[in-house]
Write a protein of this length. Structure first.
Length: 569
């Protein structure tokens, strides 16, 4: 009879624990009961993966992990019917494959003989066991029985494509009455599938969902941390019902397919209310749909939590504490301007101040702030709303964007009459804001008199803290003009915690100019942007590149990520 090497002896031989730690754990086990592995984990001497790997060696049972890609059931074997979802989740066991009368399953406790016996009874198969951690099995269970199963069911119930591409399906629209289109959109599989697409995007922390028709296919992509990722695409036959379902939810005209449309709706996940903004765009193969996910609970409207460096935070707070003047946020679309503006408003709001905003659209609803949505079709523009605001006794005004001379003039007028005005402008850096205002038609003396603070910002992805890899800095591999003051920096690797991307979450990098008398004098004398920036640097301004490199040195992001958004001069 074969004798197994004891679990504790394996852990000692692998150098994972010391003999003293083993004796302490056995002593505690004898007093409190339970399994030795659980006691070792509770004492912090080992982690879950180390115990499972040791069990694998002790019992000569294969070990697999989520990271290996092997913890995935084989498709088209009806494994979910062999082991029902309720049983699998309750016992944390997952079927992987079936060969004749033999079923391979993954467990985290291969010594659970009662469970193995129950598996034989409900499946009628001989059971082959592999082991993995409880955490990895739970994630694999969710993927197999949860999202993926709903997705498969929805497609199967909707029927096959019948060999048609998007172009052929779109050409059949004229044969469908409006009632039939609505009926298809309200069918259970379509409702379930649209719900899944939205729910999965929210769980993945996506900011946008892109559904795009092509000649003979349909693509689905999620934007996560600023980057688009391909997702499993729905069947082409579901294209029209999905689009119609989204339009119905967004209160759009489902009969209008030739013109772009905008709409939106709200969904509830647990206690969270999440706003979705929907935009359609007619392309040559049909309507492309983008859903923007605005989850206020995921975005901290707190300046201290957005990733600013202490010296950057100090400059911002000096600027927004002024009683009047213009505060500009600049940067491209998706650079986090709105989030910073809302966080600044959140910090300045109080019961003693009247705060008014005009936006397009209103992205986040904030208590005790009066927010207005522009409606150009009825004449409610930024400029017209501002005229009305000045008769509403405001203390602080937010203008969503300065797009033209009229809006620029109104914002400057408001700032010169004793109001603190926040707004955004599309420029590449902070100092270009001054030139842009002059180009729009604002005299330089008004720019100097009104502008208080200019913040240019970008978003960079943060390295996954669980897998980022250190490496030694070699000047030969660094572009000219980039100075790294740390001997070691980090790069992305990828693990199951970050979906093997290497990055998780985003942080801000900024270029902040607090306009003082020396900068006002330089603007008035028509100084060049480079000259103004030199003055700003003496006052504590970091360029976008310098701000990014500080975060590289701190291990927050990678050099490659910073260089992808900041220009090296």
């Amino acid at each position: 009879m074969a004798r197994y090497k004891k679990l504790g002896d394996i852990l000692i031989s692998e150098g994972i624990i010391a003999e003293k730690q083993l004796k302490e754990s056995i002593s505690l086990q004898e007093k409190e009961g339970g399994k030795l592995g659980e006691v070792l984990i509770r004492l912090g001497y080992v982690n879950e993966e180390q115990i499972v790997i040791a069990l694998s060696k002790q019992l000569s049972i294969p070990y697999i992990s989520l990271a290996s890609g092997k913890l995935k059931p084989i498709a088209d074997q009806n494994l979910e019917e062999l082991i029902p979802q309720d049983f699998a989740v309750k016992n944390i066991v997952l079927p992987l494959s079936r060969s004749l009368n033999s079923l391979t399953v993954v467990m985290f406790d291969p010594l659970d003989l009662i469970l193995i016996d129950n598996l034989k009874k409900i499946t009628g198969c001989e059971i082959n066991i592999v082991v993995s951690t409880r955490t990895d099995i739970l994630k694999a269970l969710e993927a197999f029985y949860g999202k993926d199963k709903i997705f498969r069911d929805a497609i199967q119930m909707a029927g096959e494509d019948g060999g048609l591409g998007i172009k052929e399906i779109s050409s059949q629209e004229t044969d469908l009455s409006l009632d039939k289109v609505i009926a298809q959109a309200e069918e259970a599989p379509v409702v379930k599938l649209v719900d899944l697409l939205i729910r999965q995007a929210i769980e993945e922390n996506a900011s946008d969902i892109h559904l795009e028709p092509h000649y003979d296919s349909l693509s689905l992509r999620y934007r996560i941390d600023g980057v688009l990722f391909d997702m499993p695409s729905p069947s082409v036959s579901l294209y029209l019902p999905i689009i119609s379902r989204i339009k119905i939810l967004s209160k759009m005209d489902i009969a209008e397919k030739r013109l772009p449309q905008d709409g939106g709706f709200m969904v509830k996940m647990g206690k969270r209310l999440i706003d979705l903004r929907v935009s359609t765009l007619p392309t040559i193969y049909g309507e492309k749909v983008v859903l923007r996910i605005l989850d206020k609970s995921r975005v901290p409207l707190d300046l201290a939590k957005l990733g600013f460096l202490p010296q950057e935070l100090e400059l911002i707070r000096k600027g927004i504490k002024a009683s009047y003047g213009l505060v500009f946020l600049t940067g491209p679309t998706g650079s986090g301007k709105s989030t910073t503006l809302y966080a600044a408003l959140n910090e300045t709001k109080s019961s003693t101040k009247n705060i008014l905003t005009v936006e397009d659209p209103v992205e986040y609803r904030i208590e005790n702030i009066n927010q207005v949505q522009v409606k150009p079709e009825i004449g409610l523009t930024f400029a017209n709303a501002l005229r009305c605001f000045l008769r509403q006794d405001p203390d602080i005004i937010l203008v969503g964007e300065v797009r033209d001379l009229e809006t620029a003039e109104m914002t400057i007028r408001a700032s010169l009459t004793g109001h603190l005005v926040f707004s955004t402008l599309h420029t590449n850096d902070s100092v270009s804001t001054i030139a842009r205002l002059v180009d729009i038609g604002i005299p330089s003396y008004l720019v100097t008199a009104s502008t208080r603070l200019i913040i240019a910002q970008r978003l960079v992805r943060k390295l996954c803290p669980d897998c980022k890899e250190p490496y030694e800095v070699k000047q030969d591999n660094i572009p000219e003009g980039v100075v790294i003051n740390s001997p070691v920096i980090y790069k992305a690797k990828g693990c199951d915690k970050c979906n093997f991307i290497g990055y998780k979450g985003r942080s801000v990098i900024t270029e902040i100019i607090l306009v003082n008398e020396s900068i006002r004098s330089a603007i008035y004398k028509a100084a060049t942007p480079a000259q103004i920036m030199e003055i700003a640097k003496k006052n504590g301004t970091l360029t976008l590149l310098e701000s990014g490199l500080r975060r590289v040195e701190e291990g927050i992001t990678s050099l490659e990520e910073v260089l992808s958004v900041a220009v090296v001069y």
